[in-house]
Design a protein around this ligand. Sequence first.
Ligand code: FES
Length: 106
Amino acid sequence: MIPVCRLEDLPEGGSVRIDTAPPIAVFHADGELYAIDDTCTHQDASLSEGWVEGCLVECPLHEASFDLRTGRPTCLPARRPVRTHRVTVDDGVVHVHPAAEEGSAA
Ligand code: FES
């Protein structure tokens, strides 16, 4: 579990990128916290720099849109989903629980 920031530092509509490998983007959208892989599956854009509307984030480069709840793209040009990660708030601090890498023993 990775501490991200204090909850008050991630206001509604905000996002933050954490330098994990691969990087993860955390969003406060539609009253909830969501974490997905930061790198768009189309090319290498950072989704934390995208535009959030409701539960969707639009890639800043070619405007593919991803559902923050599922990681699935809702339109082209992205075809593959991004991974989603669990987010918790503990004592006012936002934490991300990275999904285990595929094939890892963790
Ligand atoms: S890099 Fe995201 S849609 Fe192209």
